[in-house]
Design a protein around this ligand. Structure first.
Ligand code: SAH
Length: 274
């Protein structure tokens, strides 16, 4: 059975939104994943289908009621993980994305207003997930972000070569920079090594770039990398670089792993021969 996403929201028309386009949209149409959106308001109370109320203890804003949210969860919950998108949650990392992609799917609860009554989060054992240290006005965009990250990893969604490589290789480094035609643009040439045809030199250059960029921009990731702590794989390293980017060198001294043949790489524009 294909990967199943359930969304609980008071704005169902926000789905599939951007996930109806491009790779995710095609995969949805092909049944590689499925989407079921439930309007929490259908479980709302009274004539106005009310889903929220004022906070105990006072303060600004409204809070989503536990009874209403619980009824909505009951309508769809099964063995899949229940995730509550929340700025108070565990930051979403690629490792968790990967785990979710390997599972049967997920139920995603989108908060609005000041959030959701904490009791229903606890009672349901929901996993709180944040997409970053900033506050959005609702959990719908975070749910779309999480789904996008998962869907591109599902079997057959990305190009075969790319996804295969992605499964096998990952590294806690940011990715090296990319270049395509024209080789000279606006007075700027692409780095010479990339047009050299010397694959070992290109691999070494990309590796050096990945390390340098990570060290400058994300010293936190670089520290893990140099210590060989690969508990999560980070943002950008996709991985048609089989370049020894995942070489574990605990001294921070890179050992060029360029002998590793690795999986086939997508063709560089410079190797297409025109
Ligand atoms: N008062 C809350 C913010 C509520 S924002 C606080 O200060 O923590 C309303 C809803 O938007 C949240 O319930 C959550 O579902 C969603 N949301 C906002 N920012 C988010 C983020 N960074 N990651 C995931 N969900 C977020």
């Amino acid at each position: 059975m294909s990967w199943r996403a359930d969304i609980l929201t008071i704005f169902p028309s926000m789905f599939p939104g951007p996930l109806g386009e491009s790779l995710a949209g095609k995969a949805l149409a092909e049944g590689k994943w499925s989407l079921n959106v439930t309007d929490i308001r259908a479980f709302g109370l009274g004539r106005h289908r009310s889903v929220d109320d004022t906070p105990f203890g006072g303060g600004a804003g409204m809070v989503m009621r536990p009874d209403v949210v619980d009824a909505a969860i009951s309508a769809v919950a099964d063995e899949r993980p229940l995730l509550f998108l929340s700025p108070r949650g565990t930051p979403l990392m690629q490792a968790r994305v990967r785990e979710l992609a390997e599972g049967p799917g997920a139920v995603l609860l989108c908060g609005r207003f000041e959030g959701v009554d904490q009791r229903v989060i606890e009672a349901r054992g929901a996993e709180e997930v944040s997409i970053g240290d900033y506050i959005l006005s609702g959990g719908e965009l975070p749910a779309l972000v999480l789904l996008d990250a998962v869907i591109r990893l599902l079997p057959g969604v990305m190009g075969h070569a790319e996804s295969g490589v992605e499964e096998s290789f990952s590294a806690p480094l940011l990715e090296y920079p990319h270049y395509t035609r024209p080789a000279l643009w606006d007075g700027r040439a692409v780095p010479e090594v990339l047009t050299s045809g010397n694959h070992a030199a290109i691999a070494a250059w990309r590796m050096a770039q990945a390390r340098e960029i990570t060290q400058t921009r994300r010293p936190d990731l670089y520290k893990d990398y140099s210590l060989g702590v690969h508990t999560h794989d980070s943002l950008g390293v996709h991985t048609h670089d089989s370049l020894g980017v995942h070489t574990h060198d605990s001294l921070g001294v890179h050992t060029h792993d360029t002998l590793h043949p690795g999986p086939p790489r997508p063709k560089s524009p410079f190797r297409k021969g025109h």
